[in-house]
Design a protein around this ligand. Structure first.
Ligand code: TPP
Ligand code: MG
Length: 1058
């Protein structure tokens, strides 16, 4: 388990005569060029050994020799001179030609020179070996870096030393070198900066400097990056001799920050020793690390940082990075604290502006914290708090939300600046500016970083044009344990951070007991982000001084590790001793710093006792200014008509059926589709795609940014949408007609996503959170696949307002319908969404209440609809924005109805004064003579069309009424009561195409019964219960469908059950 140390320290120091200066050519490092130019003279180029890597090496030396003949070894100097003078290929080494033919004296002179030089083959090999050796350190040096502060573990889970790292002199043999070569001088390749101003060094010094760069307390993983400029940038940052220097002032600041971090945890431990707080002890360096990243980024133009983090050290980050008032934090521990705000059940989402950052004045920090355990929940018995429930998943869900919050902030702020040209091009120029100002930092635990697949999913979003944040700085609190699980049982990759390699993010592992090394890598990470706008990872290799929480006994499971931890001197103490020994601070100054901060904590603690009420809104960052009243209430409790004028409908329809740019050739099939659209517009009708167009286009006119994201949404999985046109003759030339609708419209973003539901839905949720003035829609390819994003739905969308104290108007479009497409492409699982609705099935609300429908919407946790007409789909999309508050909207969208000739709506259903119909009542012959109706069938969605066809075929239009419930939740009790009362002689049945244990039945039945005070039964016509959502056999599908229709229209079928 102990690292073998490399041998450089044991190697003899250089003697004065061997100092590198002797070999210096005083060529500035910057003069080196990375672009190699083939520039040998013809004879040199023709030398037989000049092939492969050796040719690069000799070429480089040749260039150096041309600049300054003394810069290369004497032997090479002679060789180049000879070959330049005309030595034929292959002969220059063995018997060089005389410099001047015919002169015996010259022949003899040249001969003596050749005899004086060493075996040139060996020389070339040695130089190549040294090049390989340098490269080996760059690639694998981190494996031997001393990363574990405890000195007993291996951060890469491997105690062996790679064969090509020189851990003892006998390993020189790996390169065909031996001890006698240690004092030979070697020319340095351009791919290293260890020389500083020197271009050649003795081997001994080369190894020593490589060790200094790669094998101390920093392990740099970067050689997988396939961009030369980026690799050179990193090499320069870590290899340049003496680059890691700190001024005394910087050292004192670092010490002061460590004092705060450490003493804060100690204070909490003293005051609330029996509370679980998931303290930072063992990684106190996190606080100065974050502050360094923020400071450095701020210097580079960042003025808004959005941070996401898990449980570990959360209070400390709030106190010492966000600078949340200490009394506000301390009062959370008071179990008598009352919640002032509605819905404030848990103190989960803590986001706050921070106007008084000490490090940069205009900096605002938003912190999203995720786990309920770090802060005690008011009105809850702490001892029974669920163990970290979903903290982990939350952490990564937050990842995407953060990324989107960032993304959307760019757009909304851009709009605030009243930029009117919303073309994609200008947007991206602004995007580049924004990436200088807004940045995200994500914190992770080691076990979760390696284990949670969402980390991989979001890394893959990091460079996609519509999802990038232009570089997130990831900080891993790598305490080398996950709860009680040893990393060797928790991951198969060497490091917990290996997942970041897929996006070429550099990874800086650092021993967190070396605070200066930590500050240095944080500084480099921030610079990387501001230089390349890409992700970067800082892996703080640390330990966890206590158990998983303060109540846990770690010795049960990690006895040896914890014996070592007990002996471990805290990092603050170590660093203070170092600075005292260096004379940077003296002991009294250090002690004063400690007592100053302790006093701050004590005073805040005294003040915290005055806090009696918890105001959740004080912990929130973006309260959607202007959207709510100052009290946080909706500005009204009504919704205007969602209809539009004929002119607007026609204009949008015309753009939707045209190509609004010149010389743009579209596919012939698409021309036909657009032509059909044009005809529909002339006929004043819309199908599904056109209805969506009308809704989006009209909201854009009103300044609402629309973002539609998901797999293949641009064309539409079912090839019905075609929002992005592709020129058939010019590669990658596209046109988005939706962005050509109005002169000053808001932007329309439609983006095909990566094949990730979890990552992408989380991203969109964050987007929707940033502003109420954006309609953000995520479409599943098939509704079935939302299940891979279940955490986002369960933990964020469903309980959003209650748990996170934030409204969110995200829209989920979930293609759904039993159409014989098998068990993976049929069901968006309506039963799951309905089961999570927060209304009480057994309580009939006050139907006489003013604005009953809007109040219902305000009280619900989400809205679930299944529209049967394009017109209603249009209205519900517009209502989502015209409502004075925001709720998530789940829409089960159709597949076959997209092209169903009856699934059309007239403009008349979309004109001013019209609105979304929660229920579409029967309006045929049955409604004319309601007392003749024997059965009132309730249904939702596509099955309506099957039912009406069957009813017509059976000639039962007068006997069976069919009423569509378009808004399933909140349940339209008021309208359904009227429907039931209208048909006094009808028996009631619910008809659905889904299996009985699925679909809507379990949700609808008790609510319908409550509506009619349980006066009648509510029968079921549909498929039998089943485990799978649908059969894979087409014939079985059709048989099942016919059976359910038979039941629906057999007026005697329920007689035996009465
Ligand atoms: C999705 C999920 N799975 C499991 C847990 C339970 N859990 C909470 S913390 C934790 C260990 C996390 O280890 P690590 O990521 O290394 O962070 P550390 O606690 O060591 O800082 C586990 C398994 C959880 N909260 N969420
Ligand atoms: Mg851990």
């Amino acid at each position: 388990m102990f690292h073998l140390r490399t041998c450089a320290a044991k190697l003899r120091p250089l003697t004065a005569s061997q100092t590198v200066k002797t070999f210096s050519q005083n060529r500035p490092a910057a003069a080196r060029t990375f672009q190699q130019i083939r520039c040998y003279s013809a004879p040199v180029a023709a030398e037989p050994f000049l092939s492969g890597t050796s040719s690069n090496y000799v070429e480089e030396m040749y260039c150096a020799w041309l600049e300054n003949p003394k810069s290369v070894h004497k032997s090479w100097d002679i060789f180049f001179r000879n070959t330049n003078a005309g030595a034929p290929p292959g002969t220059a080494y063995q018997s060089p030609l005389p410099l001047s033919r015919g002169s015996l004296a010259a022949v003899a002179h040249a001969q003596s020179l050749v005899e004086a030089q060493p075996n040139v083959d060996k020389l070339v090999e040695d130089h190549l070996a040294v090049q390989s050796l340098i490269r080996a350190y760059q690639i694998r040096g981190h494996h031997v870096a001393q990363l574990d502060p405890l000195g007993i573990l291996d951060a890469d889970l491997d105690s062996s030393v790679p064969a090509d790292i020189i851990s003892s002199t006998d390993k020189l043999g790996f390169y065909g070198l031996d001890e006698s070569d240690l004092d030979k001088v070697f020319h340095l390749p351009t791919t290293t900066f260890i020389g500083g101003q020197e271009s050649a060094l003795p081997l001994r010094e080369i190894i020593r400097r490589l060790e200094m760069a790669y094998c101390q307390h920093i392990g740099v993983e970067f050689m997988f990056i396939n961009d030369l400029e980026q690799c050179q940038w990193i090499r320069q940052k870590f290899e340049t001799p003496g680059i890691m220097q700190f001024t005394n002032e910087e050292k004192r600041t670092l010490l002061a920050r460590l004092v705060r971090s450490t003493r804060f945890e100690e204070f909490l431990q003293r005051k609330w020793s029996s509370e679980k707080r998931f303290g930072l002890e063992g990684c106190e360096v996190l606080i100065p690390a974050l502050k360094t990243i923020i400071d450095k980024s701020s210097e580079n133009g960042v003025d808004y940082v959005i941070m996401g983090m898990p449980h570990r050290g959360r209070l400390n980050v709030l106190a010492n990075v966000i600078r949340k008032e200490l009394e506000q934090i301390f009062c959370q521990f008071d179990s008598k604290l009352e919640a002032a705000d509605e819905s404030a059940q848990t103190m989960l989402s803590q986001v706050c502006p921070c106007p008084n950052m000490d490090s940069c004045q205009a900096l605002f920090l938003s912190l999203l914290v995720t786990s309920p355990q770090a802060l005690p929940c008011p009105q809850q018995d702490h001892s029974r708090l669920p163990q970290c429930s979903m903290a982990w998943r939350s952490q990564y869900n937050i990842t995407k939300m953060i990324k989107n919050k960032y993304h959307d902030k760019r757009k909304t702020d851009y709009r605030c600046q009243q930029k009117t040209d919303w073309t994609e091009k200008t947007f991206w120029i602004w995007g580049l500016l924004w990436c200088l100002q807004v940045m995200s930092i994500l914190l992770h635990g080691d076990a979760a970083f390696a284990g949670q697949g969402i980390v991989y999913e979001t890394f893959h979003l990091s460079d996609l044009p519509s999802y990038t944040t232009h570089g997130t700085v990831h900080v891993v609190v790598n305490n080398q344990i996950g709860f009680t699980t040893d990393p060797r049982m928790a991951r198969s990759s060497p490091y917990p951070t290996d997942v970041a390699r897929v996006v070429n993010a550099p990874i800086f592992h650092v021993n967190s007991d070396d605070p200066e090394a930590v500050m240095y890598v944080c500084k480099v990470a921030a610079e990387w982000r501001s230089t390349f706008h890409k992700d970067v990872v800082v892996d703080l290799v640390c330990y966890r001084r206590n158990g998983h929480n303060e109540m846990d006994e770690p010795m049960f499971t990690q006895p040896l590790m914890y014996k070592q931890i007990r002996k471990q001197k805290p990092v603050l103490q170590k660093y203070a001793e170092l600075l005292v020994s260096q004379g940077v601070v003296n002991q009294p100054e250090y002690e004063e710093e400690i007592s100053k901060y302790d006093k701050i904590c004590e005073e805040a603690f005294a003040r915290s006792k005055d806090e009696k009420i918890l105001h959740i809104k004080h912990w929130l960052d973006s309260p959607w200014p202007g959207f709510f009243t100052l009290d946080g209430q909706p500005r009204s409790m009504s919704c205007p008509s969602t209809g539009l004028t004929e002119d607007i409908l026609t204009h949008i329809g015309n753009v939707a059926s045209s190509v609004p740019v010149e010389n743009f050739t579209i596919h012939g099939g698409l021309s036909r589709i657009l032509k059909t659209r044009g005809e529909m517009v002339k006929n004043r009708t819309v199908d599904w795609a056109l209805a969506e167009y009308m809704a989006f286009g009209s909201l854009l006119k009103e300044g609402i940014h629309i973002r539609l994201s998901g797999q293949d949404v641009e064309r539409g999985t079912f090839s019905h949408r075609h929002h992005v046109l592709h020129d058939q003759n010019v590669d990658k030339r596209t046109c988005i007609p939706m962005n050509h609708l109005w002169p000053n419209q808001a932007p329309y973003t439609v983006c095909n996503s990566s094949l990730s539901e979890y990552g992408v839905l989380g991203f969109e949720l964050g987007f929707a959170m940033a502003s109420p003035n954006a309609l953000v829609l995520w479409e599943a390819q098939f509704g079935d696949f939302h299940n891979t994003a279940q955490c986002i739905i369960d933990q964020f969308i469903c309980p959003g307002q209650a748990k996170w104290v934030r409204q969110n108007g995200i829209v989920l479009l979930l293609p759904h319908g039993m159409e014989g497409m098998g068990p993976e492409h049929s069901s968006a699982r309506p039963e799951r969404f309905l089961q999570m609705c927060n209304d009480d099935p057994d309580v009939l609300p006050d139907l006489k209440e003013a604005n009953f429908d809007i109040n219902q919407l305000y009280d619900c946790n989400w809205v679930v609809v299944n529209c049967s007409t394009p017109g209603n789909f249009f209205h519900v999309l517009r209502r989502q924005i015209l409502l004075p508050f925001r709720k998530p909207l789940i829409i089960f969208t159709p597949k076959s109805l997209l092209r169903h000739p009856e699934a059309r709506s007239s403009f008349d259903e979309m004109l001013p004064g019209t609105h979304f119909q929660r229920v579409i009542p029967e309006d045929g012959p049955a409604a004319q003579n309601p007392e003749n109706v024997k059965r009132l069938l309730f249904c939702t969605g596509k099955v309506y069309y099957d039912l009406t066809r069957e009813r017509k075929a059976r000639d039962m239009v007068g006997q069976v009424a069919i009423t569509r419930i378009e808004q399933l939740s909140p349940f339209p009790f008021d309208l359904l009561l009227k429907e039931v009362q209208k048909y006094p002689n009808a028996e009631l049945a619910w008809c659905q195409e889904e299996h009985k244990n699925q679909g809507y039945y379990d949700y609808v039945k008790p609510r319908l019964r409550t509506t009619i005070s349980r006066a009648k039964p509510v029968w079921y016509a549909g498929r039998d219960p089943a485990a799978a959502p649908a059969t894979g056999n087409k014939k079985t599908h059709l048989t099942e469908l016919q059976r359910l229709l038979d039941t629906a229209f057999d007026l005697d079928v329920f007689k035996n059950f009465s």
